[in-house]
Write a protein that binds this ligand. Structure first.
Ligand SMILES: [Zn+2]
Length: 108
């Protein structure tokens, strides 16, 4: 993903309206691009800071931002892992079905 694409997706990422694939791409990109990481952080600080000021809550946004990113990464990792497991189960089922089919053809 390039920086322009990443920047156009930051708002949706923080609103949690991105699909999993784009979310993963954004997370991958900000890991290696400090400019976009800064942009994302700034966006988060402004959004969250304004919301918090309205509600009169406390402001430790740096730690919360890092926490939010970690949680998103963790969530994406689980989704990826689960989709791999599903693929393996599916491949296993397919192999077994083929085996049964071939066996029944040759045993008749
Ligand atoms: Zn970038």
């Amino acid at each position: 993903m390039d920086c322009n694409t990443c920047r156009t997706l930051i708002g949706s990422f923080l609103n949690n309206t991105l699909d999993d694939k784009s979310k993963r791409d954004v997370l991958e990109h900000i890991k290696t691009c400090s400019n976009c990481n800064q942009d994302m952080k700034l966006h988060y600080f402004v959004d969250e800071g304004l919301r918090r000021l309205e509600n009169g809550g406390n402001l430790n946004l740096e730690a919360e931002y890092n926490h939010m990113i970690q949680e998103e990464e963790f969530r994406e990792e689980i989704i990826l892992r689960n989709s791999k497991i599903v693929r393996w189960i599916f491949a296993g089922g397919l192999t077994f079905t083929l085996f049964v089919l071939i066996r029944s053809i040759f045993l008749v």
